[in-house]
Design a binder for this molecule. Structure first.
Ligand code: 5GP
Length: 184
């Protein structure tokens, strides 16, 4: 019996999913974001906090484009479970270890969809009295967002479709796709 095709193979080799952002385009945009953040945070030694799981690839690429001293930490939250629709509830699964009071904090998200997760993070981090709190997201869905929170750095604005790859999963797989795909 032939081996069953993986979802990865279907996406990359069989044109099963539509490419939304190529890896070249992603790399170019992250260069720009890195330069901007380098300029804005010079002399401030920010603490850059990645929101797991989705942001880990974006975070890894972004911090290597930032040319000042930065500290790094991670927080893990969940709002989706394994479904494509948000459950409407945010749960913290792993807290940060770093001391936040008086620090310049930059939160790194994979995607802002409804904005529920970022609202949860805003409340949590504001209560910790940082010197400043800003947000960077790889992807932003302007037609889905219900929060009025201002995202300081946006990689790409995208349509309200379910995307996978470059850190974003479907049922916990496909995060390792090097580009971003729309999953129909
Ligand atoms: P929000 O709280 O803004 O509605 O959603 C944020 C979280 O939902 C993201 O961190 C991400 O985990 C998940 N999410 C939202 N839209 C998508 C999408 O198009 N694809 C994937 N894979 N996850 C998404």
């Amino acid at each position: 019996m032939p081996a069953q095709k993986s979802e990865f193979e279907k996406a990359v080799y069989e044109g099963g999913f539509r490419v939304l952002l190529t890896k070249e385009l992603i790399a170019m945009r992250i260069d720009e974001l890195g330069q901007q953040i380098t300029r804005d945070y010079r002399g401030l030694e920010p603490i850059i906090i990645g929101v797991l799981n989705g942001a880990f690839i974006f975070m890894a690429d972004l911090i290597r484009r930032i040319e000042i001293d930065v500290e790094v930490d991670f927080i893990k939250i969940s709002s989706y479970g394994d479904a494509k629709m948000t459950s409407g509830q945010v749960v913290m699964l792993k807290d940060i270890n770093a001391e936040i009071a008086g620090r310049h904090v930059l939160l790194v998200e994979d995607i802002v969809d409804t904005g529920l997760s970022i609202e949860f993070l805003r409340r949590k981090f504001t209560a910790l009295n940082p010197a400043s709190l800003k947000y960077v997201t790889f992807l932003f869905k302007p037609d889905s967002v219900k929060s009025d929170i201002r995202i300081d750095y946006v990689g790409f604005e995208i349509p309200s479709e379910f995307v996978v790859g470059y850190g974003l999963d479907h049922k916990q797989i496909l995060r390792n796709l090097p580009a971003v795909y729309i999953m129909d």
